[in-house]
Design a protein. Sequence first.
Length: 389
Amino acid sequence: LDDPCIDTVAGIDLNHADLAGFLPEELGLLTDLALFHINTNRFCGIIPTSFGNLKLLFELDLSNNRFVGGFPEIVLSLPLLQYLDVRFNDFDGSLPSALFSRNLDAVFVNNNRFVHEIPPNLGSSPVSVVVFANNNFTGCVPPSIGNMGPTLNEIIFLNNQLTGCLNPDIGLLKNLTVFDVSFNQLSGTLPETIGELDDLQQLDVANNLFTGDIPPEICALPDLLNFTFSNNFFTGESSNCLALPSEGVTFNDRGNCIPGRPAQKSSEECSAFLDHPTSCDQFQCGSLSPPRSPPPSVSSPPPTIVSSPPPSPHPSSPPRSSPPSPVERSSPPPPPPSASPPPPPPPAWRASPPPPPPPSASPPPPSPVWRASPPPPPPPSASPPPPSP
């Protein structure tokens, strides 16, 4: 590994290269590889099992390709892996619970076809950023989320099929800056404990089934930049919430049941829903799990990485490099043509997964092979002169 006389491959960065095909098993021979970035190409198929040989791999970015199959569990055997990005692919099935028992710092699984419940041991993960957006996850937000307080900065659940109520233990996430559960089917009231998250900047709970009043403690958060709770069934908000726009905070309370506010639901729609309240007990979401054990220590420090992973979904606390943003408000562009690849899509919030990349252009017809015309036949030889008399 440290022999100066041996050349090794420590990193591969093929982002935006308009490459296609399957990943070869021979990649597992690059046992000194620490960084592997291939985002925004047209790679397909499954992840080779030989990736299990890449024991020094620190960053793995497979985003914005056409990979299929279940979650590539082979990557969970990599002891030094810190950054995992598989967003914008066609992975399906359930997430393995082992994903949240690894010593990862950033996990992006958004914009795939994952289904079923998010594993209940989510709170065991030491990640600082995790994005679940634009899949088909069901069930509750795992109550163990409260155990992620020491490390978690950003967590995004938007556009899934989550149900149940938010656990008050969310108030234990003291370092949280971004919390987005919009476009789900969550119900109940907003926990007052969210008002204890003094570092919170982005809070989006829009397009759910929440009821009750907005806790005034939330609107008093000192670093709040965006509070969106439109299209729910909230029935009241305090005066300090109404003052947020004058303080430069993005604020949206439309589509609720708040008397005297513009663009609210009709009284008939509000009554039909509020007259049949939902009990949080019916969802059986469980309670806070025991605190996680500290992650296992590694025998040697991770290798030095030249380039860094892509930014997190918001500029508030970026982790490290430059693939497409985790969640897009508008559909991200397809992978670029080979002539001049565009830059990665800008950071934004929500949207549908990108359209499939365009088919590769047909190869030009082969150049004709030119053949010279055969030479004319030689002229006939001259007749011999007649004999002399």
